[in-house]
Design a protein. Structure first.
Length: 318
């Protein structure tokens, strides 16, 4: 069945297609005969109960620099789309949250991926706290005394912003660290919300595994190894990716969280696991699909669209 698919994303003209998961999803959608519409979040509007967007028809090809052809802008009621892909990158700020409220008003006949209400209710470094047995010791706070007590109990820790992304502002704090006071001051004036303080996992040097789950099932993974003299494994920060299988512990993690992901309508999710410890559940705009395929793994864009089409068929037959 041919679907009308609207994608809410940062401008497609600016993406680097070699590693872009959204682009992989668009290529697969187009190959299936779906009609593609493109718009950026600032073009989303709500009036008299109608959610509209100024969209452009979109054609894609896997050629860097000539990867997208956009048509003339046209404002449509997004309820005319069968599927809306919410794929703009974080930060997970009030603009992001506002977009989830607006998309949540679409009728059930328009499938939003991922479910916008559940994206809003599952911030990546908070949702993971629903599964404490799978995690390293973790504290959410901005209280200096709480952090000092946590450090006294656990030794070296990692401090990072609660709604950060892409490895930005992630610091290791040693048990005796003369920089802690200055770092606390810096976080205090930079981030208004609480921060994440987590026991440092020394085996991060062996990698931080990104596992992609589609409709709650783990279907592919890559191991991201930090660059020399860095604790951040994100590929945008110099991390190197390698093909990887799942360990028994990682399968246990996926089996534990999978049913909840399905229940929440979180079709495409990327989790991060370090040394058998779940550290994040990424639901906003998870990445990794193109890297998994490039390293010899499956084309997970196929699995994502199989899941989306199954959901749409269920709605149409109801």
């Amino acid at each position: 069945m041919a679907l009308t698919v609207a994608v809410q994303m940062d401008s497609i003209r600016a993406i680097r297609i070699a590693g872009d998961t959204t682009f992989a999803l668009l290529l697969e959608a187009q190959a299936r005969g779906h009609r593609l519409l493109h718009y950026t979040p600032d073009r989303l509007s709500l009036q008299n109960g109608r959610v509209t967007a100024r969209v452009e028809t979109l054609t894609v090809q896997d050629v860097e620099g000539a990867h997208a052809v956009l048509g003339a802008p046209d404002r449509i009621d997004l309820s005319e789309a069968d599927v809306v892909l919410m794929r703009q990158d974080p930060p997970f700020d009030m603009a992001y949250i506002t977009a989830t409220h607006m998309l949540e008003r679409l009728p059930a006949s328009t499938l939003v991926v991922n479910n916008p209400a559940e994206v809003r209710n599952a911030p990546e470094k908070l949702f993971v706290l629903d599964f404490p047995a799978l995690m390293p010791p973790t504290l959410i706070t901005r209280d200096k005394a709480e952090i000092e007590a946590f450090r006294a109990e656990h030794g070296a820790v990692v401090m990072k912003p609660l709604h950060g992304h892409g490895g930005a502002a992630v610091f290791r704090v040693l048990p005796e660290d003369a920089n802690f006071g200055s770092m606390f001051d810096l976080f205090s004036v930079t981030f208004r919300e609480q921060w994440v303080v987590q026991r440092f996992l020394p085996r991060i040097t062996e990698g931080d595994k990104r596992i992609i789950l589609v409709d709650g099932e783990p279907l592919g993974a890559i191991n991201r190894v930090p660059a020399l003299n860095d604790i951040r494994s994100n590929m945008v920060r110099g991390g190197a990716a390698a093909a990887s299988d799942l360990t028994p512990r990682e399968r246990e993690i996926c089996a534990t969280i999978g049913p909840e992901l399905r229940r929440r309508g979180l079709i495409l999710v990327g989790i991060d696991v370090i040394d058998g410890n779940l550290t994040e559940i990424n639901v906003t705009s998870p990445t990794g699909i193109r890297a998994i395929k490039r390293l010899g793994g499956p084309d997970l864009a196929v699995s994502v669209w199989d899941a989306i089409e199954a959901r749409v068929s269920t709605v149409l037959s109801a």
